[in-house]
Write a protein that binds this ligand. Structure first.
Ligand code: ZN
Length: 150
């Protein structure tokens, strides 16, 4: 049996401070040549999210992260962040496009993600995915970088 890597919401928010999240987002945006695409970008925890790991508020250029689900699955925070950022960049570049359409898929593959896997980020999807080691903020950043170099 794999050990659970659950952390507290407080710990999650300490590990993934604004600075860490924005630095990680900056690396992903650089990979997409999109550093100027989201001048208003905000990444926030929203405790009212229930079953999704995160969501993208397209007009506000905001990524919301689900603190409770991510505290239970901190190993997935990078995937959630990239997934939601891809929605924002696809919209910034192309306007209204299909949520998980070809523009979004292209960005996902450029960021080293499997574009065919549409992570619905609902709770069951979360719990069935393979467990990965939990990451500190610094390791999270390093892994994002490594993933982008591939
Ligand atoms: Zn999505």
């Amino acid at each position: 049996m794999q050990r659970t890597q659950k952390i507290s919401v407080e710990q999650l928010k300490r590990d993934y401070s604004d600075a860490v999240l924005l630095a990680a987002a900056g690396e992903v945006l650089a990979r997409w040549n999109a550093v100027d695409a989201l001048p208003q970008l905000r990444i926030v925890f929203n405790g009212r999210l229930r079953t999704s790991g995160g969501r993208a508020l397209l007009m506000q250029q905001t990524v919301e992260l689900n603190p409770r689900l991510l505290a239970e699955n901190p190993q997935h925070i990078d995937v959630v962040l990239i997934h939601e950022l891809a929605h924002l960049v696809a919209t910034a570049r192309h306007g209204r496009v299909k949520s998980h359409g070809k523009e979004w898929q292209q960005l996902m593959s450029e960021a080293g993600q499997d574009p065919k896997v549409c992570h619905s980020m609902d709770a069951s999807e979360f719990y069935h995915r393979r467990r990965r080691p939990r990451l500190s903020g610094a390791r999270f950043l390093r892994r994002i970088l490594k993933r982008l170099i591939k």
